[in-house]
Design a protein around this ligand. Structure first.
Ligand code: ATP
Ligand code: MN
Length: 460
């Protein structure tokens, strides 16, 4: 017999058909000769109601199964007496397993914090089922968006010797004996004896390698894991997260700012189209007004201002900030929040940041003070995209690298891109979990990645 899913059943409503279906019990109600079971298999937001009666083989044991128990059964799809379109009258139980009594998801209304402790079981809840089906849809949307726009999907290395962002948030990759590492004459750890023959790390970005492919294939994007030893414990930073990094040859900053806005709007429309039941659930129980927000953002052009204009807006607002607003300092979360949540009430693209707070590879503006960088900020989440036009001029780039004390040797190949037919090019990185937060309305980044890694936390 064909194995069905609840999703397929809801789509087809095959009244009269004999089906085979598996899932986990959400709830159960017993009357004299019948048991009603609400079953969910995670394939969709909907549950399905099963009616089992005492003529079923093994009924006695079977009805002792409570919330969290699993079952695989055969049955007939019938019109429902109740509110549902259909229900299933069980004809044979092929398999069941009664969950132990301490199944942690018994009660309704368990807190997000508690659910993090049972990250291995939370995919069974309504909320997390919805979040992770949306996450899946957004990954599909990402590949479709870039593919349809002529981008090639490139996989860049995860282990690297370069700290491209210069932020020092690196995780070391090493096979040296941590207790007894080889030392050089100066008494320092001798990394030439390490696996790769030099210090190496997990990537903080795939951008530099992405640039090499853009400078040969035109438009590329990456979609991969990214690692940063952020020491801040915030609701929007993970130590391991996923990033999408498009890179486009011959594009300037405005081109990729538009690409970023188009991509975000595409993901929103894709979710609205493919995840209506999930969004409805989140709209009702997690984030009131979510669907209105998404509909609005999907069709409203993003505002675009320069960093200098942003500083002016912030200083001329009468708002009291914890961190002083000062030209030259990076925008703090509270500043970004003010711009998106209060001043513009929507996403905003901020461009042309001071060069001293940005990475070495960004294109220098003629003013000598700023670089062609951009961040896209969204309400509730803050920065979702960081990008820039890249410096394509060999001399300017090497000069900047020297100023920033970068080891030129490591970047030899990167500089080659500026020696052999250099071209203007631009790109950005979008934090996938930040996008999932924004589109689901979830407020903690730990709740939009299956198993989160943060300082002190590497469970599961
Ligand atoms: P932030 O200021 O929020 O730390 P960033 O400036 O360090 O961000 P970029 O280096 O520009 O971020 O990285 C590109 C994108 O990757 C960011 O816009 C964000 O969406 C995402 N991102 C960066 N760091 C993290 C992190 N620790 N966890 C999750 N997503 C992140
Ligand atoms: Mn950061």
């Amino acid at each position: 017999m064909k194995l069905w899913t609840v999703k397929k059943l809801v789509e087809k409503k095959p009244i009269g058909e004999k089906v085979k279906l598996g899932g986990w019990i959400k709830s159960q109600r017993k009357s004299k000769a019948f048991t009603f079971i609400v079953l969910n298999d995670g394939s969709t937001q909907d549950d399905v109601q099963i009616i089992a009666d005492d003529v079923l083989e093994g009924y006695e044991e079977f009805v002792k199964c409570g919330t969290g128990s699993s079952m695989l059964l055969h049955g007939e799809v019938v019109e429902s007496q109740g509110k549902q379109d259909f229900e299933i009258r069980a004809t044979k139980v092929e398999f069941f397993h009664r969950a132990d009594d301490d199944y942690p998801l018994q009660k309704k209304g368990t807190s997000m914090e508690f659910l993090r402790e049972v990250s291995h079981l939370r995919p069974r809840t309504n909320t997390f089922g919805a979040v992770f089906r949306i996450r899946h849809a957004l990954a599909q949307a990402t590949h479709k968006f870039f593919n349809d726009n002529g981008f090639f999907y490139v996989n860049t290395p995860i282990v690297t010797a370069m700290d491209a962002e210069g932020a020092g948030e690196l995780f070391r990759v090493s096979t040296l004996d941590a207790n007894n590492p080889p030392k050089n004459d100066k008494g320092e750890v001798d990394f030439s004896k390490d696996y790769f023959g030099k210090e190496s790390y997990l990537c903080v970005t795939g951008q530099l390698e992405g640039e090499a492919f853009a400078c040969g294939m035109g438009s590329i994007y990456t979609f991969g894991p990214t690692f940063r030893s952020e020491n801040s414990n915030t609701a929007r930073h993970l130590a391991e997260f996923w990033m999408i990094e498009p890179e486009v040859a011959f594009a300037d900053l405005d081109d990729v700012a538009k690409l970023g806005a188009d991509y975000i709007q595409y993901m929103i429309n894709y979710a609205l189209e493919h995840c209506a039941p999930e969004l409805n659930m989140l709209n009702k129980f997690i984030s009131k007004g979510l669907i209105d927000k998404l509909n609005h953002v999907a069709k409203t052009p993003f505002k675009q201002i320069t960093y200098t204009e942003a500083v002016d807006i912030l200083t001329s607002s009468k708002k009291k900030f914890d961190y002083k607003v000062e030209w030259g300092a990076d925008l703090q979360t509270e500043h970004e929040r003010f711009l998106t949540d209060e001043h513009f009430n929507g996403p905003v693209i901020v461009t042309d940041y001071p060069k001293d707070i940005k990475a070495f590879y960004m294109k220098q503006n003629p003013d000598g003070k700023t670089v062609r960088a951009m961040d896209i900020l969204v309400p509730g989440v803050g920065e979702i995209i960081g990008g820039s036009q890249r410096e394509e001029d060999y001399d300017k780039l090497t000069k900047r690298m020297a100023e920033m004390d970068l080891e030129e040797d490591l970047y030899r190949w990167y500089l080659d891109l500026r020696r052999f037919g250099t071209v203007p090019h631009s790109g950005f990185g979008l934090g996938f979990e930040r996008a999932v937060m924004y589109i689901t309305g979830m407020t903690n980044i730990r709740d939009v990645i299956p198993f989160y890694r943060t300082p002190g936390h590497v469970e599961f």
